[in-house]
Write a protein that binds this ligand. Structure first.
Ligand code: BDR
Ligand code: CA
Length: 306
């Protein structure tokens, strides 16, 4: 089977780092490039963290591009209180030796997608600023994207406010561009990721692998074992972003439903909400169920390969 070409847009971020490692461990995927966006921490750190993780996976050859340093209209509000000041608390990784590409991530996305024949998938693991700006700059990329699989949103609830999830809330205007672009979209939101909890037992299984990448993953996830229950999961980290990669590898781990999803960009009280109860044609395939045991079994099996 030919590997599926993939570009990963991310804001590492602990769970982004785990998602990158899962992709690198999986021969079914060919990671073409990694684009960084401001989100969990400022761009300078996400771009450095993406490279730290590539090197950990033995992929110092990977092309990493820095994109947008801030959301389109809103000021950047990071999540350093979750991921640590450097974005990868508990990872204990050295500064990267590999260079950042000189090209802007948005230019790279446009050029790579225009050069493709419709086979490239985008994994969007952070605020959608880079992806939205690529669509605005070159709408002709839309029909060339095989699928955009997004970690973001929630049909019910939120994790930064009662109604909004971090990635969509950080740049709701970018999300509005992406969700209305007409691309084939899959949304994996808190409805399933809050059921994908890295419990003590699951983290211990990853720690027991003993190899450096697995130790790094365990080190980051152990930071959250005693988190109080609530917005960020509780009793362990909600392992959001690797769900996107797991969906590409084993879609049967997820139950999905076709829905119309709109983004709230006006009302301050529900800014960034992914609204799924309005009439209109479906524009997204939304994850509504997850086999969490199967998900962690996949992660553990793959990290033993790195
Ligand atoms: C999302 O927000 C970030 O903090 C995580 O990396 C994930 O992409 C979860 O709401
Ligand atoms: Ca992320």
């Amino acid at each position: 089977m030919e590997a599926r070409p993939l570009i990963i847009d991310c804001d590492p971020g602990q769970d982004d780092a785990v998602a990158l490692l899962l992709a690198f461990a999986s021969p079914e995927l060919e990671v073409l490039g990694v684009t960084a966006v401001a989100g969990n921490v400022p761009l300078e750190l996400t771009a450095a963290n993406a490279r730290r993780v590539c090197e950990l996976a033995g992929r110092g050859d990977m092309a990493v591009y820095a994109g947008c340093p801030r959301p389109i209209l809103r000021p950047l509000e990071t999540a350093a209180h979750v991921h640590g000041e450097d974005g990868l608390e508990g990872a204990n990784l050295p500064a990267p030796a590999m260079a950042l590409q000189s090209r802007h991530a948005v230019d790279y996305l446009v050029a790579r997608l225009m050069a493709s024949d419709g086979d490239v998938t985008l994994a969007a693991l952070g605020p959608l600023t880079n992806v939205a700006l690529a669509i605005v700059a070159a709408p002709a990329i839309v029909p060339r994207i095989r699928e955009i699989v997004i970690m973001g949103g929630a049909i019910e609830g939120g994790n930064v406010t009662a109604h909004a999830e971090f990635n969509i809330h950080t740049d709701p205007h970018a999300a509005a561009v992406v969700f209305s672009a007409g691309a084939r979209l899959t949304m994996i939101g808190l409805d399933v990721t809050h059921r994908a909890i890295a419990t003590r037992e699951r983290v211990a299984a990853i720690r027991a692998i003993g190899r450096a990448p697995a130790q790094t993953v365990a080190g980051m996830l152990e930071q959250h074992l005693d988190d109080p229950a609530g917005r960020h999961g509780g009793g362990g980290a909600a392992l959001h972003d690797p769900c996107v990669i797991a969906y590409l590898l084993q879609p049967a781990l997820f139950e999905t439903q076709s829905m119309r999803v709109e983004i709230e960009t006006e009302d301050p009280a529900s800014l960034g909400r992914t609204i799924a109860d309005r009439p209109g044609a479906a524009n997204a395939n939304v994850a509504i169920g997850i086999d969490a045991e199967g998900y962690f079994a996949l992660l553990t099996e793959r990290f033993a390969r790195l």
